[in-house]
Design a protein around this ligand. Structure first.
Ligand code: NDP
Length: 483
């Protein structure tokens, strides 16, 4: 099984390599097999990427928004036509089932390119009349933006960052996670085919050091990171030194609150999707499932029954609905949390073990009798580990849901819609769902509060994070001066 690209990096419209860079081995997480070997970017590669982005950005910013939008929409079409190939590549790189990648990865990326390609020409600025004088505003690009991605949704993250950035007239240098470096290269190819100037979207590979080099380079105007809170703190601090703009899409430990009048079947479905989709490797997952006392036991029983529907196998087989963890390291981290949960007294009701196959597999795991103080209820695990906690009252659950440094997302299940809106209004989370979970359409803003991040991706609000507003005062009369 091979997925070797024609070069490690994509710079100035073409593949580029520098064998002096540290070797990155790309593995198929379902088997551990090496599928590609790349090199981390050397300073020479980074320099070439940033220099070509500078040149491309000047040309690109001079285009009309309509012309820029056309390129993005063409790229979206190409992504859709290639969806299957891109999905297979994403499955090889991440181990996520093809059943998922066919609908959630490149498809979401294409939606995003199409959306920003569609709205940018209509973003016409303000005209502010001031008697005989007036002010108008211009939305101007920031310059070169750095995108730094996590490994769970590689092409989606590259698309969610590049589409609004490019729509606003910026260039982007994107560093994928070293664990999943392949699909961003395909996106770079697609932008070129769609008519973007060479250098507008460059991909450089590497570990944290390459991301850090981008975050500190004076030629970079903005850093958009998707990653963990500890990495976010480092990147934010590095960006602050250069007074750079930032978007931080970071981790979470989100509450999914199930009141006793909820539709039980839907709530169980949401708990499954919000904990085990992508084998639990989703930032917004509702990993603290709070269930009101009256339905707690029946909820757990039904959840147990539904878990018998898990189909494990080669993720390339479309009937498989559950994949491995992305890496051996991630597997160890998750197993460490499972052991800690048992040691701290949580009751294991499903999974809790590795699945006996080559690769990095952990069974979907459910703990009951979890308390707020336990490690698994406080820390982001980023694996298939659901904590089920009991609650009694509305005020109590709002306080407990908010008692975390994170604030990425939250879900509420109830048939009482007045209560649903009341509770959601009090939850400290950037993205909330009522009677569903983890849906992130491009039309809706997505992002976190508190330690989960800054800024918003998707929706027209993302434009504000990839541009700056220039205000132009125009006088039509004489200038009055005191002397
Ligand atoms: P990491 O924080 O480990 O890494 C994220 C990216 O930052 C990687 O490309 C990494 O490179 C890079 N990086 C690491 N150190 C630095 C540094 N000092 N300066 C600049 N860049 C650096 O996250 P993971 O890849 O492990 O992804 C999982 C995390 O991402 C989870 O916390 C998850 O919640 C979060 N996430 C958030 C989302 C959101 O939208 N809010 C969506 C998806 C995931 P490398 O990997 O090569 O070391």
């Amino acid at each position: 099984m091979r997925a070797q690209p024609n070069g490690s990096h994509f710079v100035n419209g073409a593949y580029l390599d520098d064998p002096a860079g540290e070797v990155i081995e790309v593995l198929y997480p379902a088997t551990g097999e090496v599928i590609a070997r790349l090199h981390a970017a050397t300073p020479a590669v980074l320099d070439a990427a940033i220099a070509s982005a500078e040149a491309a950005q000047r040309l690109w910013a001079a285009e009309t928004p309509a012309a820029r939008g056309r390129v993005l929409r063409r790229a979206a079409e190409i992504m859709r036509v290639r969806n299957r190939d891109l999905s297979v590549l994403e499955t090889l790189d991440t181990g996520k089932p093809l059943q998922e990648t066919l609908v959630a990865d490149a498809a979401s990326g294409a939606d995003c390119l199409e959306y920003f390609g569609g709205i940018i020409a209509g973003d016409t600025g303000d005209f502010i009349p001031l008697g005989e004088n007036f002010v108008y505003t211009r939305r101007e690009p920031l310059g070169i933006c750095a995108g730094i991605g996590a490994w769970n949704y590689p092409i989606q993250i590259a698309s969610w960052k590049s589409a609004p950035a490019l729509a606003c007239g910026n260039a982007m240098v994107f560093k994928p996670s070293e664990t999943t470096p392949l699909s961003a290269l395909k996106l770079a190819e697609i932008y070129i085919e769609a008519g973007a100037p060479p250098g507008l979207f460059n991909v450089v590979q590497g570990m944290g050091a390459v991301g850090a080099a981008l975050a500190t380079d004076p030629r970079i105007a903005k850093v958009s990171l998707t990653g963990s809170v500890p990495t976010g703190r480092k990147v934010y601090a590095a960006a602050a030194a250069g007074m750079k703009h930032v978007t931080m899409e970071l981790g979470g430990k989100s509450p999914l609150i199930v009141f006793d009048d909820a539709d039980l079947e839907n709530a169980v479905s949401a708990a499954i999707n919000g904990n085990f989709y992508s084998s639990g490797q989703v930032c917004s997952n509702g990993t603290r499932v709070f269930v009101q006392e009256a339905i707690h036991d029946v909820f757990l029983a039904r959840l147990g029954e539904r878990l018998s529907g898990v189909v494990v196998g080669d993720p390339l087989d479309e009937s498989v609905n559950y994949g491995p963890q992305v890496s051996a390291r991630q597997c160890e981290i998750v197993m460490g949390y499972i052991k800690a949960a048992v040691a701290e007294g949580a009751r294991l009701v499903a999974g809790g073990t590795r699945i006996d196959r080559a690769g990095y597999w952990i069974a979907p795991t459910v703990f009951a009798d979890v308390t707020d103080a336990m490690t698994i209820a406080r820390e982001e695990i980023f694996g298939p580990v659901m904590s089920v906690l009991r609650f009694a009252q509305e005020d109590e659950i709002v306080a407990r849901a908010n008692a975390t440094e994170f604030g990425l997302s939250a879900g509420v299940f109830t048939r009482d819609l007045a209560r649903a809106h009341r509770v959601v209004a009090r939850l400290q989370a950037g993205t909330c769902w009522i009677n569903t979970y983890n849906l992130t359409p491009v039309e809706a803003p997505f992002g976190g509060v508190k330690a989960s991040g800054l800024g918003r991706e998707n929706s027209r609000h993302a434009l504000d994070h990839y541009s700056q507003i220039k205000s132009v005062y125009v006088a039509t009369g004489d200038v009055v001066a005191p002397y």
